[in-house]
Write a protein that binds this ligand. Structure first.
Ligand SMILES: Nc1nc2c(ncn2[C@@H]2O[C@H](COP(=O)(O)OP(=O)(O)OP(=O)(O)O)[C@@H](O)[C@H]2O)c(=O)[nH]1
Ligand SMILES: [Mg+2]
Length: 338
């Protein structure tokens, strides 16, 4: 999605020299004095080779979006996936090569024009040698851009305008079921760097407002001290996207996690998404018959956080969640740029 096709350095050189040869074969020399014929041919070869290279790199540079103009989520995503600095450096190298090729083109065109006809071919050969070595010098950068292209191939298409809720909670507490119920559809599945399962995105609309619910299997479902730096970075990208966190508790504990651990994860998520409000949802209320567990959670979460009671698989309590999202949207999203 993000990057155009990236040739290898050999492919660039081969294409440039092949096209140059073809162009030279087409040079009409009938009207030119025989003496000038060889010079004209070599000049065309140098010019064509340089032009092909410049066009190739210019197209890549034009078709590659400017990272700093993208929404923050994508900037972070690219940074986590491939590194923004490395990407910029590689694109800078193409720019550099274009400048050098431009200079060589002028320099050697001039040299061929001034050389005796019998030397024109050897001047052109020297030019081709210099051109090759410039392209070979950016071999690593082209490889890197190709790697980046592959890595960014399946970037999730998120709606950076929609009110976005990101779902968190231990495995098996009902996150996917809830996502499907709220959005009334099967979510889209997209890559997310360094989570094996990708992310799931669901959308719905209410009163001309767009909402987006995101589930991140394998990321917001386990203690933070088990995470590596990359996973922590992956969460930073989510932070820019999330207007609200839906933290799913399972007071029935049928998912296998004691309420104490669930409360710990709740606070870890609160800490990571410092500026993002967290809304607690008690799921599987159809199974939760232990009042003690419910009380324990209520007493240990943020006092401003009024939990919603739902049973996702039954579809009960879903409309209350949607109401809360609308309420949140009214209070926070109006006149807000991002
Ligand atoms: N009884 C009952 N079962 C539920 C409820 N919500 C979800 N389940 C069941 O709980 C199981 C896990 O639900 P999922 O939606 O897959 O949970 P998850 O949090 O997405 O799980 P992971 O993707 O593994 O993290 C499934 O068998 C659901 O049918 C509920 O409200 N009540
Ligand atoms: Mg799931």
């Amino acid at each position: 999605m993000f990057l155009p096709n990236i040739p290898t350095s050999e492919e660039v050189i081969d294409k440039a020299f092949r096209r140059a040869k073809k162009a030279a074969a087409k040079v009409r020399t009938s009207k030119i004095h025989r003496q000038h014929k060889s010079k004209r041919i070599e000049e065309v070869r140098v010019q064509t080779a340089c032009q092909v290279i410049k066009d190739t790199f210019e197209e890549i540079l034009e078709k590659t979006p400017h990272v700093e103009e993208l929404p923050m989520f994508y900037q972070d995503y690219i940074d986590v996936a491939v590194g923004v600095d490395d990407l910029k450096r590689s694109l800078g190298a193409l720019n550099w090569a274009n400048g050098v090729i431009e200079k060589l083109q002028n320099q050697y065109t001039f040299k061929i024009r001034r050389s005796p006809p019998e030397n024109a071919a050897s001047v052109r050969k020297a030019a081709f040698g210099r051109i090759s070595s410039v392209i070979k010098r950016i071999d690593d950068e082209l490889d890197f851009l190709n790697y980046a292209k592959q890595k960014l191939r399946n970037v999730p298409t998120v709606d950076t305008e929609a009110t976005t809720a990101v779902i968190a909670g231990f495995p098996n507490v009902g996150k996917s079921t809830l996502l499907r119920q709220i959005t009334n559809a099967e979510p889209e599945v997209a890559d997310y760097p360094f989570t094996t399962k990708g992310i799931q995105i669901g959308h719905f609309e209410r009163r001309w407002q767009k909402y987006q619910i995101i589930d991140t299997p394998g990321l917001l479902d386990r203690p933070v001290d088990e995470m590596n730096q990359i996973e922590l970075n992956a969460m930073v990208a989510l932070e820019h996207l999330a207007d609200l966190i839906l933290f799913i508790f399972d007071p029935s504990q049928t998912s296998g996690y004691p309420v104490e651990n669930q409360v710990n994860l709740y606070w870890e998520i609160n800490k990571i998404f410092r500026k993002t409000p967290v809304l607690s949802i008690f799921n599987k209320m159809d199974l939760a018959d232990d009042e003690e567990n419910i009380k324990y959670i209520e007493e240990h979460i943020n006092t401003e956080d009024e939990p919603l009671m739902v049973a996702a698989s039954e579809g009960s309590g879903i409309s209350e969640i949607i109401k809360k999202l609308e309420e949140f949207n009214r209070e926070n999203k109006i006149n807000q740029g991002d």
